[in-house]
Structures are given as C-alpha cells and as structure tokens.
Design a protein around this ligand. Structure first.
Ligand code: ADP
Ligand code: MG
Length: 517
C-alpha cells in the first residue's frame, strides 16, 4: 500500500517542496526513513509511532518505508513528522471513513509532533507558505502557533492544526478546521514605535548629524570617544530615525526570524527595523551564521536594520574579519561539505569604541593611563580594511555640563526622520529601475554619473585626496557621503561644502590609525 503527502523543507531562507512517500509491505515489521534525513528526522519514527497509538489508532504491522523526495537534497529538522504521520495513516487506510476519499492534491503539511500527537511549532513557515503559493498549493496545514505568520501570504488557505486528532475530524467532515483569513494588517500594526528617542541624547550635535547622514544614505558608521559620552545611546536610537520598513522588507526580515525560530509568538511579524547588538564574546559563526545545521547569524538577523558592535576592539579579531565580505555583498554564503546556503544581510553596520584601553586618550579633563604600545595594540585590533568599509568616522566628545543640565530642547526622532525620509525619496527617484537601494550602495561604475560635482568641489576633493593620501576606496566613500549630504540639502549637484562635510568624517583614521603604524 502506498500514499504520498506534500510538504516543505528549508534551505537558507528559502523553502523547497518535499514529497513524503510511504509504502507498507508485508514483511518483518520495520520503519525506515530514506532520502538524506538528518538525526532529527530519523527520530520522527519514534514520535510518529507514539502519536499514532496515543491518538487511538493502530501502528501498521508491516515493513514501512518512508522516502523524502527529492532524495538528493539533504533534509533537516522535525518538520516532516506531520506529513509522515498522515502518509502512514493514509497508506494503512485509517485516515478516512470511506475508501473513495483521498488527501487533496493541492494541500501540503508541515509540523513537528509530540509523543501525544500535539502539533508543535516549526521554523521557516512563512517561507514555506510563500513557496507553496508559488507551487500552486491552495491549502497549507501548519502548527497552530505558526499559522499567523503564514496568514500574510495572499491566496493561500492556512489551516492551524494543534493536534493530529483535528486532522481526522477535518478530513472526515465532522469538524472542519477553519482556515485563517489573509491578514496583511499585522505588518502595519505598531510599526515604528521606539521606546528610545533621539531627544533623550543631549548635546552631541556633531554625532547626531552623522547619525542623520548615515540614516539618510544607508552608510556604515563608527563612533569613537571616551566612555559615558553617549555612543551606545546614540547607536540604539538609529532605528528610530530610519524610514519605515516597506511591506517587502518586513516580509524579508520576518522570513529570517522565522527560519531562526525567533519570531515573537504573540506578534509573529517583524514590522520595525531590527537592532542587533551582540556581545563581544560572540563567535564568528554566531555573527555570520552557519553551524552544522545552518542558522542565520547576527548580521542576517539585522537584515534591513542595524548591526551594532559596541566596544569594537573587544571582539575576536577573526569575528571582525569575517564581517568584511558580507558588509560589502549584503549577503553571506555558508559552505558546508553537503550543502551551501546563502542568507541576506543588507544592514547598516554601526560600531562604537573607546580611543584606548582606559578610554580617556585625548580627554580634555581626565588623563589617559595607557602606554603608547597598549594604545597601538588596542587600536590595531580594528584592521585597516574593516575601517575602510565604514563611511562615517565620528569622534564623540565629552558633553559639557551646561549641555547636560541645560533646558535646551533636543530634536525628536520623528523630526529627524522626516528629513531622512525626504532624502530617501530623492534616492528612490535616482535609483528607479535599478537594484540600488541607497547612496551607500552606488556601484563604482556609476559613481560619476550619479554624483555630479561642481568644479570647485572636484578641485577641493582632488587637493584633499593628495594631501590626505586617500585610497580609491576612501575616495568613493567620501563622494557617496557627500551625495547624501547634498540630498539632505535638496541639491542635485554636489557642492564644495558637501565635500568638506563628508571629509570631516574621514579624519579619525588619520588621527588614530595611521599615526599608529
Ligand atoms: N549626551 C548625553 N545625553 C544624555 N545622557 C547621556 C549622554 N551621554 C551619556 N549619557 C548618560 O550616560 C550613560 C552612559 O552613556 P553611554 O551611551 O552608555 O556612553 P558610552 O557608550 O559612550 O560609554 C547613559 O545611560 C546616559 O544616562
Ligand atoms: Mg557604550
């Protein structure tokens, strides 16, 4: 006896169709699963067996062979419990009351089973729903706790299942499960609400301006200064001045969290920009993703948001070096012996650091206690190539007492965000019809065309280029930052003042890094 059930697996953040086939043969009873299963799938056997008997049905006394097709694709996780269960029940003719009934062709099933037959949540259901829709599936049966995230896919009936017994009642017409209605509103609900507001940071107008430029053009940012000057405070407030997530961005980010199993159960949609701030003890794999059962890392969890590395020199050197390529490419590829997965990681990279181990180098009031060698060692943990990939270098100075205690009113995040959004609209027009998303991502080949400089600006840049010994990469970054400054200014052409301001964010490497070499 034979039956087959459609299901979905996850590779990277994409889902792929899997057909679960079951045959029952008269032979010595056994239960085998083939088709490149991992350990979790092999254990399905025990869960399925237990769920069948617990639900009051009979475990077929037969040689049971389960095949997960396509057999070439390595499969992982417990998501195939439910389809294996159904296929065994169908093959042993226990699922339906009458013989002329069969599972619908256009239905697919995913879910982990508990020993008692309860259906437990699995990772990656949103991606599965998107793929199922593309494959022409009309009914997707998912664990009840995952149903909400799948319901943002239009044109797909999502059936929440919390126990295998519900499936029997459903297919036999006794108690049909109600599909969840399509619900795109979850994406809009509560978006752009941030507890931390930029107005809570007093003074620091130079750093705030840099934060605004970074947000407006999608530029990477380094904040350097003594402890207690508000570096961490500023970085945490960056998401609050970024433009709202678009519908597509919200879906992309949600897919990553779904695959990582990190969606909040009560509101399983990521509808505001993520802010990830891993501790400096994070491993290279924790940062970029990977592992024997690959999972997205911090850079991907920051997709469409901000990755903040506080106390940058404290991170493992190796962890920082593996960041270089994903920062440029906006995606990270993890190669394993048996497979290759790619995770998107289009994020703003923000880092903060002290100027030396004690933190007070160059402080106007407090004396630094570090030796030159210690300072050099500390600074050089951040390599030149990594530094080169950061567009804006900002020195955050101690705040004056008057600024902290004064009555001056600071601008709110909402006010700054308006200017950021205006600058982004200009960029949208500029990049219409291309894959470019913001100024920071202008490819070198189109830089001249998209960033016209007035003559005096070009001349000023040429003199600075020679005077400061800039590299070609630094040149590109200065022009892109100047492009954003001009956009904030509403100017088509990049003027000398825009170049001058952009150059002001390139002085740190001269001051701290190169003099140290
Ligand atoms: N510019 C500022 N405005 C208001 N409070 C500040 C400012 N700078 C520092 N603080 C206070 O000092 C604390 C430490 O700031 P933090 O951002 O952690 O500094 P850093 O990261 O530069 O060491 C904050 O929680 C805040 O209470
Ligand atoms: Mg800090």
């Amino acid at each position: 006896m034979y039956s087959c059930v459609k299901s979905y697996g996850i590779g990277g953040i994409d889902a792929y169709a899997v057909t679960v086939e079951v045959t029952l043969n008269r032979a010595i009873p056994s239960f085998d699963i083939v088709g490149l299963p991992d350990a979790a799938i092999k254990e399905s056997r025990l869960r399925v067996q237990s769920a069948i008997t617990h639900a009051g049905y009979e475990m077929p006394v037969a040689k049971i062979t389960v095949n997960l097709a396509p057999a070439s694709q390595k499969k992982s996780g417990p998501v195939f419990d439910l389809p294996i269960f159904l296929a065994v029940m169908a093959a042993s003719e226990q699922l339906f009351h009458s013989y002329d009934q069969a599972l619908p062709e256009d239905a697919a099933f995913v879910g982990e089973l508990s020993l008692s037959g309860a259906v437990r949540p699995v990772n990656g259901v949103l991606s599965m729903a998107i793929q199922a829709k593309q494959d022409g599936i009309t009914s997707l049966f998912v664990p009840a706790q995952n149903a909400k995230e799948a319901s943002i896919v239009e044109g797909l009936d999502v059936y929440p299942v919390s126990d295998v017994s519900e499936l029997f009642s459903h297919f036999n017409g006794q108690a049909p499960i109600q599909p969840l209605p399509f619900d795109p509103t979850m994406i809009l609900e509560g978006s752009n609400h941030f507890d931390a507001d930029l107005s809570q940071v007093r003074g620091q107008s130079f750093a705030k301006r840099a934060l605004e430029i970074a947000a407006a053009g999608g530029h990477n940012l380094l904040l350097l200064g003594p402890p207690g000057t508000g570096k961490s405070m500023l970085a945490k407030r960056l998401p609050s001045i970024l433009p709202r997530l678009s519908f597509m961005e919200a879906i992309e980010t949600t897919r990553i969290y779904s695959v990582a199993g990190l969606l909040p159960p009560d509101h399983p949609i990521m509808n505001s920009r993520p802010f990830r701030s891993p501790h400096h003890t994070v491993s290279p794999v924790g940062l970029t993703g990977g592992g024997s059962n690959p999972m997205p890392g911090e850079i991907s969890l920051a997709h469409n948001g901000v990755l903040f590395l506080d106390e940058l020199p404290e991170f493992q050197r190796q962890a920082l070096e593996v960041l270089r390529q994903p920062i440029e490419d906006n995606q990270v590829t993890i190669s394993r012996a048996s497979s290759r997965v790619t995770y998107p990681c289009s994020m703003m990279f923000v880092a903060a650091m002290n100027p030396c181990p004690c933190g007070y180098r160059g402080h106007p009031q407090i004396a630094c206690t570090c030796s030159e060698a210690a300072v050099h060692k500390y600074i050089s943990r951040v390599s030149g190539p990594l530094l080169d990939r950061i567009d804006l270098h900002v020195e955050v100075a101690p705040v004056a007492f008057e600024e902290l205690s004064g009555e001056s009113r600071e601008e709110t995040s909402a006010q700054v965000r308006q200017r950021v959004e205006a600058a982004r609209r200009i960029q949208e027009e500029r990049f219409a019809g291309t894959a470019i998303t913001c100024n920071a991502r202008i490819p070198a080949g189109t830089l001249n065309q998209m960033c016209p400089l007035e003559d005096s600006a070009l001349e000023f840049l040429r003199r600075s280029f020679e005077g400061l010994g800039m590299t070609a990469r630094t040149y590109d970054r200065v022009v892109k930052v100047a492009r954003t400054i001009a956009d904030l200014d509403g100017s088509d052409i990049i003027r000398k003042s825009h170049i001058a301001e952009a150059l002001a964010y390139r002085t740190l490497d001269q001051k701290y890094w190169y003099e140290n070499r």
